[in-house]
Design a protein around this ligand. Structure first.
Ligand code: FES
Length: 111
């Protein structure tokens, strides 16, 4: 199992979840009711699955491909460690990961 800490935009804990190898980060977030729309279901055409990975964990992930990088260029609230969660696969080697939801999602919740 891969332990995933999802933080709210303000950095407080939203949910701590356990993912399985091969699962996409987006799937796990949605299974726990987090507000990541994932409108295009992983086709890299929407960027509504954007998350900001902790710096330490970002460095341990396989790098984003060119198409993901292009999408992130047009994503609001993007940060140096931003990723599209539909492109992040959970693996045993990863062990654990911490990601934060971008501010745009918090706004959609009316906060
Ligand atoms: Fe659309 Fe990730 S779900 S880009």
């Amino acid at each position: 199992m891969i332990r995933v800490r999802f933080l709210k935009a303000d950095g407080s804990l939203a949910v701590e979840a356990e993912g399985r190898p091969g699962q996409r980060l987006l799937e796990l977030a949605q299974a726990h009711g987090l507000p990541l729309e994932g409108t295009c279901e992983g086709a890299m055409a929407c960027s509504t699955c954007h998350v900001i990975v902790s710096a330490a964990d970002f460095a341990r992930l396989p790098p984003a491909g060119p198409h993901e990088e292009d999408m992130l260029d047009f994503t609001p609230h993007v940060a140096p460690t931003s990723r599209l969660s539909c492109q992040v696969e959970l693996t045993e080697a990863l062990g654990s990961i911490e990601v934060r939801l971008p501010a745009a999602h918090a706004n959609m919740q009316g906060r």
